[in-house]
Design a binder for this molecule. Sequence first.
Ligand code: MOS
Length: 736
Amino acid sequence: MTDLTDPAIVGQRTPRVDGEDKLTGHADYTGELHVDGMLYGYPVPATIAHGSLESLELDAARHMPGVVDILHHGHFPALHRSPNSLKHGDRVSEERLPFEDERIHYHGQYVALVVAETFEQARAAAYRVTARYRHDDDAMPSLLLSEAEGILLDDAGYSRGDAAAAFQIAPVTVDETYRIEAESHLPMEMHATLAEWRDGGQRLVVHEATQGVIYQRNALARVFAMPQESIEVISHYIGSGFGNKLFMWPHAVATVAAARMLGRPVKVVVPRQQDMMNGGNRPASRQRIRLGAERDGRLTSIMHDSTTETARVDRYVDHCGNATPSAYACDNVTTTQRIVAVNHGTPCMMRAPGETSGLYALESAIDELAIALAMDPVELRLFNYAASDPKSGLPWSSKQLDKCLTRAAKRFGWKSRDPAIGSMRDNDEIIGYGMASATWSAGRQPCEARVELRADGSLFVACGTQDIGTGTYTVVAQAAAELSGLPVEKVEVKLGEASLPAGPLSGGSMTTATTLPAVAAAVRDALHALKEVATRPGSTFDGVAPQSIRVAEGALVTDDRRASYAEILGRQRLSSVNGSGSAKPGNERKQYGFRSFGAHFVEVRWDPGISRLRVARVVSSIDVGRAINPATARNQVEGAIVMGIGMALLERLDYDPRDARLVNANVSDYRVPVHADMPEIDVELLDYPDFRCNEFGARGIGEIGLTGVAAAIANAVHHATGKRIRHLPINLEKLM
Ligand code: MOS
């Protein structure tokens, strides 16, 4: 059997197997689907953030051409809330059902859904719906505008040693508070649902842009009180998600209900402006970091106190202190977590939730400590290196952060840095160098997969996970090709349907580590079945012991015989042999700490004459075990670095301090980096396969690239300008 310590296809830069479908427009993105008889829904968003709906004037809209129906609080079926449990696979992003009552909790909350024959008709009529509201005057506009203290979560803190006492006596300390404004996920594709009831309403087929077809299927089953088996959820392609498509949102419930009420398929694509109001956000955070150290740089105390926003309707916690207990070898560490309810759309996980916010604060504070100690920040990090996991006491499965730090420093040219503020110049520009560490959890979930080895010489692989643009189709094909000895072109991968064998959410950077071992088990199972067929009377290997048969390039071989899979199946008049497999994390999770690591080095250039700040260069080394496909893996890190530049310099959701309305719900006023903002990005993927995580040696790569980027940029900005900006984004007015 194939040796995964020295693979042939795994680890190669295989071009994306879905690339052609995407480039030629054959990829079936939900928002672009069309089925016969389909109606279009267009939601009407609340124009206030806090209060209640007094009346809806619908007559004008009702008489518009093509309008079929308008759903709202007074005209909507009684449904059920989902229990909203991660463990039971029915988690939703927002528990409240659409139109459930007349309370308005945030700007952009749906107050009606207009359904019409065409998209244009639905939109035109939606604009004619007039809502009247009663305002409540105690709207909470944002955590950072209010400076509210929040509710302390008893179950979300961590403590070892006596951090407060150690801080008191530490000769060198840092005590600073860092703020991050709320951000939008802003995926290319907005939330979208196409719902179709079949068999006289007995069966429901939903196309959804989701990172979790099975979760959405389960949640719909709860909401519509149906057996899970009667619902199919399909998500073959997603224009990314970054976490806001992990769990079901109210637009999907409204769409499914509309299709049932009207007896016709209905599609809703949430308009961009509404998507930014009601489709998820990374909540704002306020984090106080206290560090204590000896004069030689040894950390003696870390205290990380976080407050983040949640919604009025739901409880979401962005655990900023997630990584802190494991980050450094330090005997005394505490983290606390508070939440404040604000009148925003419900926040949700956004790419590396917790760590992304948390490492901005922690890794900025470590930089401030390095300056206070007059110590190089790379040396300070290596000096306090956590060689085992200080939180669990367990050894790491594999940790190459030291190599990330030293290798990236070398490629970047960190040695040439003059630590004096503003000392490095290039004509009108002041150059700043900054760096930070990256880390993200390396989880794994149970998974099942099914394969068919077919008489036409192809291999079909099915798993109920999704490819959210990260390359899952491709790495699954590579794994199946590796194990079967068939070329990648002969592998057909089916993902993104809830009725396929149970696969994981595309979240938490767990998909590869979770899915590939199950696929491998299924391929082995099929090969086992094939050997049985091959040794039947009259077959090529009649009389041969199955264990002496080897697998080689799409054929079974012994020392003197060889037959391709197709020949073996053909001879027995079989169309295929099937295999099924499952895999789950085991005891190793009790023996080792699992995390991924990295280091980012950043050069910024600040031109004070014209107040121009740009990121000129990013050099990163990332340790995620083995990259199954270094091309798609590198794309993930590069994309994450772009997102980190946005977080550090540009992105913020602006809420009106008077009434909590979102004032920049569009992509011209909400600024993201564009091509002209792009630096040189140089990503190195270290190649230390982590066979304790799974037989492929792969951890996961979707999220880690974002962690630490904003801190590295803020640290570089300080080096260039002397200004320590502890409030993201670092927009220019903060530097002037
Ligand atoms: Mo990621 S926030 O788990 O999509």
